[in-house]
Design a protein around this ligand. Structure first.
Ligand code: NAP
Length: 349
């Protein structure tokens, strides 16, 4: 296994491919991996370029937007629309131009040579002349049962998306990093009061972000404290917390919005060791493009962007990946598969 942030210089374990017969596997010009805004946009553009893309829906079809309610910041939709509906529309538009969508998760890849080999759900083989990775990132949650149940009903991991629903209310943000500072400061535009609940007595956030939060009258820090339950049947009606020093528990019943800011995890595990990633396992791409270090493999959306993480920016990079893949394919052509399926055109790194 490769370590985080290492360069992909060799290749990882290929044992998952050992018993899989690739001799009858289909070969596609473009395989898109993941169905958030980036993936559907990449599919739309490659479909319109007559590349007949195949898109795998992944474990969470539609991605993070399917866990939000109204999306009010996507340009062109002045009335806003529901996240899941937005993703249905992305899908419909991509399919209208010939995208083939399939349920399934790309679990293993072999990027040594072209066409690249992919395994879907551990067993189904597919060859791909180009691969567009748009697997997104997942917000981290505490993992509490009631927290999970109330996602989209007062529990959110995206203040930018959901903050405006809490006008005049009291909300809590968990975390002590830059995201927690940024999100709590942002939330004060809407909420009357914002608690920042941090498990230690010292923040991880940069000084400037800390100071901005400290200076904000609407923000109150709750130190050495962890959230142990989220209360409410159909909406958040409070949270239960424990003080890590004293062990004392209490209910904060004024909290009606509960925001997580404890980091994101990019969904890039199947590609570890194959493509260069940063220390947090976000995929590294060449400046101003979606090229990874593997020829014919492109990355877009939140799997490659830990900075902006918006639907519209993800869609934008999905478009770039499609254009990059199309140009790359017309420049490099399609690699031949030998009759045995074993010998493939070596890729020059
Ligand atoms: P982060 O820096 O990893 O901070 C995560 C915070 O959540 C930490 O304070 C951590 O506590 C806390 N945490 C983690 N797991 C927890 C749990 N199970 N229970 C309670 N608390 C938990 O993540 P981030 O704030 O999302 O930032 C990620 C990266 O993006 C950073 O490099 C950051 O600088 C960057 N960023 C930059 C900006 C900006 O410059 N505008 C804005 C946002 C993010 P501990 O401190 O105790 O570990």
């Amino acid at each position: 296994m490769y370590q985080n942030g290492s360069s992909a210089t060799d290749h990882p374990d290929l044992s998952a491919f050992e018993d899989v017969d690739f001799s009858t596997a289909e070969t596609r010009d473009v395989v898109v991996v993941g169905t958030g805004p980036a993936g559907w946009t990449a599919a739309l553009y490659t479909a319109r370029a007559d590349l007949n893309p195949l898109i795998f829906m992944g474990p969470e079809p539609g991605g993070q937007l399917t866990t939000t309610t109204d999306v009010e910041n996507y340009p062109g939709f002045p009335e806003g629309l529901l996240g899941p509906e937005m993703m249905d529309r992305f899908q419909e538009q991509a399919e209208r131009f010939g995208t083939e969508s399939r349920y399934g998760t790309v679990t293993h890849v072999d990027f040594r040579e072209r066409p690249h080999r992919l395994l879907i759900d551990e067993e189904t083989p597919v060859y791909a002349q180009t691969v567009i990775i748009s697997t997104g990132a997942s917000a981290r949650y505490l993992g509490l049962e009631n927290e999970q149940r109330l996602i989209g009903k007062g529990v959110s991991a995206c203040a930018t998306c959901d903050g405006s629903f809490f006008r005049g209310e009291t909300v809590a943000v968990v975390g002590g990093g830059d995201s927690a500072m940024e999100e709590s400061t942002f939330l004060t535009k809407f909420a009357d009061k914002v608690y920042v609940i941090h498990r230690r007595d010292e923040l991880r956030a940069s000084k400037i972000m800390q100071e901005r939060a400290f200076e904000n009258d609407k923000i109150e820090f709750v130190w050495n404290t962890e959230v142990i339950d989220v209360l409410g049947e159909t909406a958040v009606e409070g949270i239960e917390v424990v003080n890590n020093d004293t062990g004392e528990t209490r209910v904060m019943d004024d909290v009606t919005g509960f925001f997580l800011a404890i980091g994101h995890t990019p969904n890039t595990e199947p590609f570890e060791g194959w493509i260069d990633m940063d220390a947090q396992n976000y995929i590294e791409t060449e400046a101003d493009s979606t090229y990874t270090n593997r020829p014919g493999v492109f990355a877009c959306g939140d799997a490659q962007d830990d900075e902006y993480r918006q639907a519209v920016t993800a869609a934008g990079t999905g478009c770039k990946a499609a254009i990059d893949a199309e140009r790359w394919l017309s420049e490099h052509g399609r690699a031949e598969i030998q009759a045995s399926g074993a010998e493939r055109t070596p890729v020059k790194a």
